[in-house]
Write a protein that binds this ligand. Structure first.
Ligand code: FMN
Length: 581
């Protein structure tokens, strides 16, 4: 019997039950004291945790004194305020509603510390990875947290501290660090779901996203076929919900305003309801713009007056908050995420930058395919995973952005390939080019189309077309749009680069357009061609041709206003307003 050591069913179920029902608790603490013997059992459970080289690097500081807790609560409050000041508008409002600590609401606070030096230099397993000492202390926290649930005690972990400041308040020696600050007390009840999930701040990722077979990227649960994220996402994209759309139209007609007086916004609200499958649809906020950045081999053909290094320099500018996209995102209350999906230069890791480089730039599409099919699929997968992660992190509206010197050339080629448009009609002046450069650019697009004639004329090979012309940002954006649609989250499209990417997405899954809102119409001629092929009408038309996500961000408040009107405006019957005869 290989499972002869298994616990009897009831005990085994109790173990899984305590794991499933452990909650981080911040609400509903009762003032009742925690008896010393109960606290003793919890600390003994914590002390049984595994530790690197059996070094037991933890200590536990038990705090009950009110004055001390008040002093520590003040430290946490300051960090809460600093964090809040850093959040974009919609996130800040959501954060404001969250309770992030219960230092004074709980009778006992327990601090778990770590001494990375305990046991000396020959501690087994710690010599190459000193952080394994910290991991060990975290395991002690986990033991305490689970035991507390079994005792009916709630635990809330507070991390809103400057670690050294807290260490000083606790008189920790220099070599001892704080791992966790825990608030413990009896509670009125345990929530079935994490409070952050109930509050809509973030979602739990399905376990199948987290499990990989043999190597990173081959996702799937044991005993099941490996997950093909792209195929799964395409299969999950469904047409809009007709009943919700009908309900939205009917509600628009009953709202206290003349019928049809919200013009295009009425249709936006109807489409949002159809996408969400509910009327009214949830508000599309918080929103996050993802700027996919990459370089292009076709730059070598002299299609842009800007040097290729500008891609990396602008990425640095986005991350420093200095670009137009940052200004517009701040105005619209949206978060900015930058994705390196193929910038030629190596980029230093910084917060806000997602390193997802497929390769340092594509190849020149006039000489061969811009990328391999594998690279195109990898970039598509990057995009859909980022959509999924941003939605799991609590975003309810995604906004497309791009950066890549020479990417209007790749966009023109993609638009011609997907729509059959004439290169002279689809190619624009991008950042602003003279007549000679423009003629060369049209010729480059023509030569590209001729070279890749076989794939362009082959029926239904969108991945092949993406691979032929690139760029990595187009493929990643196509995945991003597909990912949003699969999760039934609206995605606001920016200009010609997003338009080209959306054509690829729609070629892979035609129903994807139900999730797409055309933020604006760029002056790039190919953009109008792409939008009309997609059947999308731009929300604003301001003569923009910047990219980055700027035009889409300007449309964000329009999409949000349309949703809010459908949700909040009274109807004639509810408000007692007489209707037109
Ligand atoms: C390392 C760590 C630090 C945390 N810090 C905080 C915190 O400062 N404030 C807070 O409200 N929750 C904090 N939490 C709690 C998490 O938000 C919570 O565990 C998560 O939402 C999942 O909910 P659950 O524990 O109920 O399953 C922390 C959790 C961990 C693991």
């Amino acid at each position: 019997m290989p499972d002869g050591n298994r616990y009897p069913d009831e005990q085994r179920e109790a173990v899984y039950r305590v794991i499933a029902e452990r909650r981080d608790v911040r609400q509903g603490f009762r003032p009742d004291p925690v008896p010393a013997d109960v606290l003793g059992r919890l600390l003994a459970a914590a002390h049984q945790a595994p530790s690197v080289g059996l070094s037991q690097p933890w200590d536990f500081i038990v705090i009950t004194d009110r004055a001390r807790r008040e002093q520590i609560a003040a430290l946490a409050r300051r960090h809460r305020d600093e964090f809040a000041a850093d959040l974009p508008g919609a996130r800040a409002r959501a954060f404001d509603r969250l309770k992030i600590e219960s230092i004074l609401d709980t009778p006992v606070n327990v601090v778990v510390t770590c001494d990375r030096t305990r046991g000396g230099r020959h501690t087994l397993g710690r010599h190459v990875q000193p952080q394994t000492a910290d991991f060990s202390s975290v395991l002690a926290v986990a033991n305490l947290w689970l035991a507390a649930r079994a005792e009916g005690l709630g635990v809330g972990w507070v991390s809103f501290f400057d670690e050294r400041e807290l260490a000083a308040a606790l008189r920790l020696p220099e070599h001892v660090e704080v791992i966790a600050y825990l608030c413990l007390g009896y509670v009125t009840g345990f929530a079935p779901e994490p409070e952050l999930a109930t509050a809509g701040w973030a979602r739990r990722r399905p376990v199948s996203w987290a499990v990989h077979a043999e190597e990173f990227g081959r996702r799937g649960l044991p005993g099941e076929e490996p997950v093909d994220p792209l195929a799964d996402v395409i299969a999950a994209i469904a047409p809009p919900d007709a009943a919700a759309m009908t309900a939205a139209r009917e509600r628009q007609d009953r709202m206290t305003k003349p019928r049809g007086s919200l013009g295009v916004l009425e249709e936006v609200s109807v489409r949002l309801a159809g996408l969400a499958g509910s009327c009214p649809a949830p508000l599309p906020e918080p929103a996050c713009v993802a700027i996919f950045a990459a370089d292009h081999g076709v730059h070598a053909q002299g299609v842009s007056p800007w040097p290729q290094e500008v891609t990396a320099q602008m990425v640095a500018n986005f991350l420093a908050g200095g670009a137009v996209v940052n200004a517009f995102a701040a105005q619209a209350g949206a978060e900015v995420t930058v994705v390196d999906v193929g910038v030629a230069a190596p980029l230093d890791p910084v917060p806000g930058l997602l390193p997802r480089k497929i390769a340092p730039g594509t190849a020149d599409f006039t000489e061969g395919p811009a990328m391999t099919r594998e690279q195109a699929t990898a970039a598509l997968t990057v995009g859909l995973e980022i959509a999924r992660d941003l939605v799991a992190a609590g975003n309810r509206c995604l906004v497309t952005g791009d950066m890549g010197i020479a990417n209007t050339t790749a966009s023109a080629a993609l638009i011609c390939a997907f729509t059959g448009a004439d290169p002279a009609a689809a190619t624009g002046r991008g950042t602003g080019i003279d007549a000679a450069t423009y003629a060369r650019k049209v010729d480059v697009v023509c030569r590209g189309l001729a070279r890749h004639h076989a794939v362009v004329s082959a029926p239904a090979d969108p991945v092949g077309v993406l691979a032929a012309f690139g760029g990595f940002e187009h493929a990643a954006l196509a995945g991003f749009i597909l990912g949003a649609a699969a999760l039934r989250v609206p995605v606001i499209l920016d200009g010609v680069i997003s338009g080209a990417a959306a054509l690829a997405a729609a070629a892979l899954a035609p129903a994807v357009t139900a999730a797409c809102f055309a933020g604006h119409r760029s002056t790039e001629p190919g953009h109008a061609i792409a939008l009309s092929h997609l059947g999308l009408s731009p929300l604003v038309d301001l003569g923009l041709r910047l990219g980055e996500g700027t035009g889409a961000l300007l449309a964000l408040p329009l999409v949000q206003s349309a949703a809010r009107a459908l949700r909040d405006v009274a109807t004639f019957d509810s408000a007692g307003v007489a209707e037109k005869l």
